[in-house]
Design a protein around this ligand. Sequence first.
Ligand SMILES: Nc1ncnc2c1ncn2[C@@H]1O[C@H](COP(=O)(O)OP(=O)(O)OP(=O)(O)O)[C@@H](O)[C@H]1O
Length: 253
Amino acid sequence: MAEEPIILFEHVNKTYKNGTIGLKDINLSIPKGQFLVVVGLSGAGKSTLLRTINRMHGITDGKLYVDGDEISQYKGKALRTLRRQIGMIFQNFNLVNRSSVQKNVLSGRVGYYPAWKSILGLFSKSDRDKAVRSLRRVNMLEKLYARADELSGGQQQRVAIARTLMQDPKIILADEPIASLDPKTTKTVMDTLKSLNQEDEMTVIVNLHSVSLAREYADRIIGLRAGEVVYDQMIENVKEADLNQIYQTEEDS
Ligand SMILES: Nc1ncnc2c1ncn2[C@@H]1O[C@H](COP(=O)(O)OP(=O)(O)OP(=O)(O)O)[C@@H](O)[C@H]1O
């Protein structure tokens, strides 16, 4: 029997309060350990798709399973536990600029402490050791005591990845993680995500605008257009012309 998918969308729709359709009848089965890249024009629904998985956005109807459990109605402790299993990386890194790399990474453990402890910076020795291991994992240990805003964009993004590693995530969601980076640092960030996927068996889902990067890193590419999945192929079957079509605007055709 095939292994249960780690993420499963069944007829998922998402309509925003103002009536905008974010997702339309999404049916998607994502196996554990896949490196999935989501492409599509601006406004196609890529961020919405990603953010339904950790419930930053709720869905309007349908069913959404993570690791076998239907999560769309999760609240309280169940929701917090779900979110711990899912690391999220953003385009603009979301680091505290004036704080050290070490403190930024330790903040990935905040969800595990009562608020007063994390406010006072009372992290345990085992967490401080874990922060060292996480930074070593992304080749950033030498910057442990640097201020976040002294780092290049690519280095900041790797610190953001180290911060999510503090949660021991099974899934990493990366929403345009390289949109603010130059080509060289783009490679270090994408390579880091790929190595977490291949060596640590994390399932990685990345929204990208770059078709060439999608082809370079993905196991599978899906294309969205107006909230719908209009393309879904394993990398060995992906053709350049198909991808160009996803990026065609109404005016082009
Ligand atoms: N909070 C919101 N309220 C209302 N509409 C929203 C909200 N967030 C996104 N949308 C709309 O939902 C649709 C999908 O947006 P989404 O951000 O998911 O697209 P995207 O493919 O990630 O775009 P981009 O590449 O620009 O980030 C768009 O029409 C967008 O305007």
